[in-house]
Design a protein around this ligand. Structure first.
Ligand code: 13P
Length: 287
């Protein structure tokens, strides 16, 4: 059964490790992540962006697939199904469809509007026992070939949102989605410390987990980060393994074109990436 992310994140915060949110795109992704979490006895959060939700034909399909897998794969570790960077409308749809956790990303709104919309969702999620992630300070990333540097959240604004009763808070600290550019100056630990000082026990979320050096990940966890999002890195390992399979001509040998064979190396590569991240985040054996 899907669970809210609240308990697993509070445990992570108290135990000084982080739970990984791994974004899913299809059946292979979901299966690889769930099997790895179960094998390593790690709690896990499956992230679904609005785009990925649409790709999988809608949130109800995602809920059906994930719930089916939890049962068929006999998953015993805590699993949350979480909307990633949701709009207000998207969050409502996911709550309705059976997600156990949602993110409302109001970081692009003026702070008062972010507060207002987040407040409404706090109420709705509380009624249904779902966890809610809010965001202050937008996370940078590539748009139309240009990499935007991440914003640094204002600690006072973080406190305003944290005090609304959200479960976890994503605060921009110079992190960005996708690959980091050569000239990236690194995470702003001074900002993270200031945010932590004002938000107290609120579990903090680090987006853009792909490509952040290990020492920075460890430092971020020591400063209150309890959830780390990873998406691009699984895509890169899936793509590299699939390319290798095809470049070796394996799709042309025997029944190598069978999708179950063709997608297998990529699926195994996702498992390896998830394992590596769970080791780094310290969540292995915590379920
Ligand atoms: P990456 O794609 O950089 O790993 O970021 C994932 C993320 O933060 C999803 O919200």
């Amino acid at each position: 059964m899907l669970v809210s992310a609240k308990e697993m994140l509070e445990k992570a915060r108290d135990g000084h490790y982080a739970v990984g949110q791994f974004n899913i795109n299809n059946l292979e992704w979901t299966k690889a992540i769930l099997m790895t979490a179960e094998e390593l006895k790690s709690p896990v959060i499956l992230g679904v962006s609005e785009g990925a939700g649409k790709y999988m034909t809608g949130y109800k399909t995602v809920v059906g697939m994930v719930n089916g897998m939890l049962e068929e794969l006999k998953i015993t570790v805590p699993v949350a199904l979480h909307l990633d960077h949701g709009s207000y409308e998207g969050a409502l749809k996911c709550i309705e469809a059976g997600f156990s956790s949602v993110m409302f990303d109001g970081s692009h709104y003026p702070i008062d509007e972010n507060v207002e919309k987040t407040t409404e969702l706090v109420k709705l999620c509380a009624e249904k026992g779902l966890s809610l992630e809010a965001e202050v300070g937008s996370i940078g990333g590539e748009e139309d070939g240009v990499v935007g540097m991440g914003e640094v959240a204002d600690p006072a604004e973080c406190k305003r949102i944290a005090d609304l009763g959200v479960t976890m808070l994503a605060a921009g600290i110079g992190n960005i989605h996708g690959k980091y550019p050569e000239n990236w100056p690194g995470l702003r630990f001074d900002a993270l410390e200031a945010i932590k000082a004002l938000t107290g026990s609120m579990p903090l979320v680090l987006h853009g987990g792909t490509g952040i050096p290990e020492d920075m990940i460890k430092k971020a966890i020591s400063l209150g980060v309890a959830k780390i999002n990873v998406n691009t890195e699984c895509q890169l390992s899936f793509a590299a393994a699939t390319r290798e399979y095809i470049e070796a001509g394996k799709d042309l040998q025997g029944k190598g074109f069978d999708p179950r064979k063709l997608l297998a190396p990529g699926t195994e590569a996702i498992k390896a990436t998830v394992k590596e991240k769970m080791e780094l985040f310290g969540s292995i054996g915590k379920a």
